[in-house]
Design a protein. Structure first.
Lengths: 243, 243
DNA sequence: CGAGGCCTTGACCCAGCTCAAATAAGGTGG
DNA sequence: CCACCTTATTTGAGCTGGGTCAAGGCCTCG
């Protein structure tokens, strides 16, 4: 275990790297780091479940976390799956007292948590930061809109393609190698389909676009081909990334 | 046509009624009203299309407006359908220069538009207002999460039921009478289904829950029955409204 | 080496889509 | 007020993508 001071400074450097925190002064940032906690969590850990009190904002440094809602009938809808750089729990910033979803670690992760009241205070103090939070929320909402579109308009293989493309930078060219970060079942649910369908859809995508899949590793020789196949049904086309 | 001053004061009173603007001082509100424009728009009018410059925030006073995205293949995904009290164009607040969706009037409407820079300035000036904007965005995002869940988990008749319930206040009791506000085709797309499916699903919902439909009018005798049928597949149950 | 998890495959089913045709509901001009 | 034309809504018939259930295959870990 690292000494406390070293941990703090590590947290600090991670926070500094987040776009969301850019408008914060060094002092303000240090203040956050002071009360922030860094934890290592094992796969399977439930960080909180829906309706838990909403007291912290979380930032994923490494690993994977899924956000989900459970229906009365026991079905589960995965709203998002986050990796390095992903935020969750921001609902706390807007005065919600309950988490509207649950969060579970699906791949061993390092996670920083920050008491929500600290951030709420900072919003009041620093309107530039308030603006940054608005922008963050806005981006999130836009992504949800896209997600809704995808689920109505894209076929299962296309949704997988779209998911893969999110990990490709626009700097195309040459073959790309990706590591599917986690459990295929989780990916399947993230994309709103059953594991069986995921498996079949991936097979189809493979034969349709020439990508190669070995275990969790995906190799893309011809990015353009994947883009053509995937984005034809969508309102945005390839480097459709979140700017 | 009303004299200009009367129009301004009408706009002002509408703005004052919005939760979003509660934190604004009378002066600030008057400032907004000064530059706000109130227009009557005919069904079919396209207010703007995707990728248009993002210069205004809009507030619907009456009538109906749909927000949508179009895919390259010409399919259309309706992201939302707004009526009295609905906001759109808030993306402008976060520095996006292009509208990420189009907006079309689907039922004659009165709409107020406010230059976005005015609001952006106000966010910087008044952090309580910034907070209110964050809350608004948050609520929107949550609704999108719910929407994603609904589309994966609910059947077509249930989605219609859920849509109807949004117009019922929790103060249940007695029979409820609703006026389906617009074109059934629009409702169908809003719910992510084809018009034919909508028609059949509505028939099913009718026989399943005893509601009665005549043209655009819906009568609900037994609200509880509708709730039971509709919400069983969902993670939230009836007065699941946006608080 | 055996047990338990994933992932893939096969077989079958069904909700919702598509195409096509029949009705209903408005709206217009005479 | 009526005939006529246009646009919405319903209905029918058949298709299909993806879901469900069940049976292997494969890999990991004890």
């Amino acid at each position: 275990m690292l000494p406390v001071s070293a941990q703090k400074s590590m947290v600090l450097s991670h926070l500094r790297r987040q776009a969301l925190f850019k408008p914060l002064s060094d002092d303000a940032l240090a203040g956050l780091a002071e009360y922030a906690a860094l934890k290592r969590e094992k796969k399977g850990t439930v960080l909180f479940s829906a309706e838990a009190p909403n007291e912290k904002i979380y930032l994923v440094l490494s690993g994977w976390v899924k956000l989900f809602r459970e229906t009365l009938a026991g079905d589960e809808a995965v709203t998002d799956v986050l990796s390095s750089g992903g935020f969750f729990g921001e609902f706390g910033l807007s005065g919600h007292d309950e988490m509207p979803y649950g969060a579970e670690v699906v791949e061993d992760a390092e996670i920083v948590s920050i008491p929500r009241f600290l951030l709420a205070e900072e919003i009041m103090r620093n309107s530039l930061f308030g603006m940054a939070v608005v922008q963050n929320m806005t981006r999130q909402r836009l992504q949800r809109d896209m997600e809704i579109e995808h689920r109505t308009v894209q076929s299962a293989p296309q949704r997988i393609g779209c998911f893969l493309l999110k990990f490709c930078r626009g700097d195309n060219a040459g073959p790309v190698v990706l590591h599917l970060p986690y459990d295929k079942t989780v990916v399947a649910h993230r994309l709103g389909m059953q594991p069986e369908t995921f498996s079949r859809a991936l097979a189809k995508l493979r034969e349709e676009t020439g990508i190669r899949v070995r275990g969790a590793t995906v190799e893309i020789d011809n990015l353009q081909k994947l883009v053509d196949y995937t984005c034809s049904a969508c309102s945005a086309s390839f480097p459709c990334a979140d700017k």
